[in-house]
Design a binder for this molecule. Structure first.
Ligand code: AMP
Length: 115
């Protein structure tokens, strides 16, 4: 999608510290990390947010959570200690980039509730 920063990263038009990619997904380090490990898992397909997932995205959603998250958590060294997944959604959810992404944060003890 034109003017979408994550589409541009997925297309290789904007540089990013990529930690994983395949045909459906790209994952890269957050530019402004909020934890020692902070990566964003982004589908290549432009989907506005998790609220815009449809039945045709079921395989993609499963791929993200069943394949990519556990693989990255292990490779980034946070699988055993634990980690947090965040999907900010919409204005009140604090979403600033309107292309669905999963934050994977780890490497420190998280607090609750989030701000
Ligand atoms: P959210 O606020 O949940 O929409 O998260 C968007 C995230 O994208 C923020 O944590 C930003 O720091 C991050 N971000 C924005 N632009 C870039 C970029 N060019 N490369 C990496 N991360 C980015």
């Amino acid at each position: 999608m034109a003017d979408c920063i994550f589409c541009k990263i997925a297309a290789g038009e904007i540089p990013a510290q990529v930690v994983y990619q395949d045909d459906a997904v790209i994952a890269f380090r957050d530019l402004s990390p909020k934890a020692p490990v902070h990566v964003l898992i982004v589908p290549r397909k432009h989907i506005q947010s998790v609220a815009h997932f449809t039945a045709e995205d079921s395989e993609l959603a499963a791929h993200i959570f069943v394949d990519v998250v556990p693989k990255l958590a292990a490779e980034l060294g946070v699988a055993d200690g634990g980690f947090r997944l965040v999907m900010n959604t919409g204005k009140n959810g604090g979403q600033s980039v309107n292309h669905l992404h999963v934050h994977l944060l780890g490497g420190r003890k998280m607090t609750w509730p989030p701000g």
